[in-house]
Design a protein around this ligand. Sequence first.
Ligand SMILES: NC(=O)c1ccc[n+]([C@@H]2O[C@H](COP(=O)([O-])OP(=O)(O)OC[C@H]3O[C@@H](n4cnc5c(N)ncnc54)[C@H](OP(=O)(O)O)[C@@H]3O)[C@@H](O)[C@H]2O)c1
Length: 360
Amino acid sequence: MDTFAFIIHPIDPKRDVSRKFPLLGWALSEPLIHFFSAYFPPIYISEIEGITSRATGKQIKGWLVACPYTATRMMQLPEQTVYRKIIQTGHLAEKLGAKILGLGAFTSVVGDAGVTIARHLDVPVTSGDAYTVSIALQALRRAAAQMGIFMREASAAVVGATGAIGRACAELLACEVAELTLIGRRRDALDVLGESLQDGSNTARVRVSTEIADLHQAQLIVTVTSALQVVLQPEHLRPGSVICDVSRPRDVSTRVADLREDVLVIDGGMVDVPGQVDFHFDFGLPRGKTYACMAETMALALEGRFEDYTLGREFGRGRVEEITSIAEKHGFRLSGLRSFERLITPERIAWVRGKAGIRD
Ligand SMILES: NC(=O)c1ccc[n+]([C@@H]2O[C@H](COP(=O)([O-])OP(=O)(O)OC[C@H]3O[C@@H](n4cnc5c(N)ncnc54)[C@H](OP(=O)(O)O)[C@@H]3O)[C@@H](O)[C@H]2O)c1
């Protein structure tokens, strides 16, 4: 049977450590978890079974393995130290027999987004970022339609636009919307990206900004930074806007849920897995669903594409289109829209539209 493995790691320290080690999660404070995470070895989490291609009936088996570092620790420790631990976790996946390895959350954010890690492993590696882009934009389009926003006429923004996922989202949105604002921290990198998107074949007028306050014009926002703290606050958002939050940890403050009933925040990246998948581990999503980055690894295993796939920060539109068609062929689908982990009902959409003064 073809196989895969996927690396996870703690993002919300107490909650995520408790999922595997309830006693440790209960007993240790958050600072102690950050501290001790640097001294733990890679951890076997569980076997994944039941994934079945809708196209071919092929079944695959996988494993969840954990790099113990918390997201905060990954950003504090020297890059080489973090690489070493992720590579050790990759070796654990190799010993289990994985034929392809996916990098979850910050394991693909650190350093050069998977390139060095792949170079030090025999098993092929993918970051999962290409399918994450695809699913985030599918979710954004669906939410826009429900809110009565026409993509062709819309003003959109990408926060974290110079990152791996942000750049590809910007590239794709540039030919779908009327205006596109690229928001980031590095002016030079934004200028280069902005110029590359000022292409006659794109529909959008593109501008760049280092000011989060410039979001107030945007009707559609994809936010995908690697920030450890929230970056989007209630005062940044335009009434009636849709915000797709792909980041883990989240970019959008929970204050937005409390204070802004006139905007629609959607969780980016959740996918229905074909077959009767059992993860034998609760990583926080409803049964049968996973993150798009993990789904990319699964789809490549179903397709028998055992090669380094999405790596680095400039993978481009071709990769996104290819993985979308592979994943759709095998039966992966965008899951129902969620906001702060709760399903968005038609009543919720009607409520938000009402609060934003959008008429039917
Ligand atoms: N939902 C899913 O399925 C899924 C899948 C994969 C990844 N993710 C999440 O997506 C996020 C981004 O991943 P990535 O691979 O695109 O990372 P990346 O390539 O490192 O890009 C992150 C971007 O965020 C910017 N940034 C960092 N801190 C910031 C801050 N405080 N304010 C504004 N911008 C900031 C960075 O700017 P500089 O260039 O200035 O540093 C960079 O442009 C992470 O949270 C990751 O966990 C989610």
